[in-house]
Ligand binder design. Structure first.
Ligand code: FES
Ligand code: FES
Length: 132
């Protein structure tokens, strides 16, 4: 079901945990299934210098958040704002269609953390269970 790159990120997830005194925190969850994702970011000179995640989601959620934390490091806030769940899934070489919704958790939590840093509001759409 999962390709090698996804499996590799699932088995060796990067940047697991929580940054102390983060500059931005994004927490999203789905009350129906109980899956939760929390992403913390550290920003210096307009760039994301560190990013960590914690999740109660499934393997696909672990792999996509691991990938997203790698993708944002070193990016400016403007660049990081453009990261979508599709980009993360592509970077992983694709996810099974039934698992695409899991990648929303990582992308949404990241965008929420960025909004938190900017003092903006980020509305998470309820798209996690479109296909369930
Ligand atoms: Fe929980 Fe989809 S099953 S986010
Ligand atoms: Fe809920 Fe993947 S995060 S099933």
């Amino acid at each position: 079901m999962y390709n090698e790159k996804v499996m590799e990120h699932f088995q060796n997830p990067r940047n697991v945990g929580e940054i102390e005194n983060p500059d931005g925190v994004g927490e999203v969850g789905n009350p129906t299934c109980g899956d939760i994702m929390k992403i913390t970011i550290k920003v210096e000179d307009g760039k994301i210098v560190d990013c960590k995640f914690k999740t109660f989601g499934c393997g696909a959620a672990v792999a996509t958040s691991s990938m997203v934390t790698e993708m944002v490091k070193g990016k400016t806030i403007e660049e990081a704002k453009k990261i979508t769940n599709k980009m993360v899934a592509e970077e992983l070489g694709g996810l099974p269609p039934v698992k695409m919704h899991c990648s929303n958790l990582a992308a949404d939590a990241l965008q929420k953390a960025i909004a938190d840093y900017l003092g903006e509001k980020y509305e998470v759409e309820d798209h996690h269970h479109e296909s369930e």
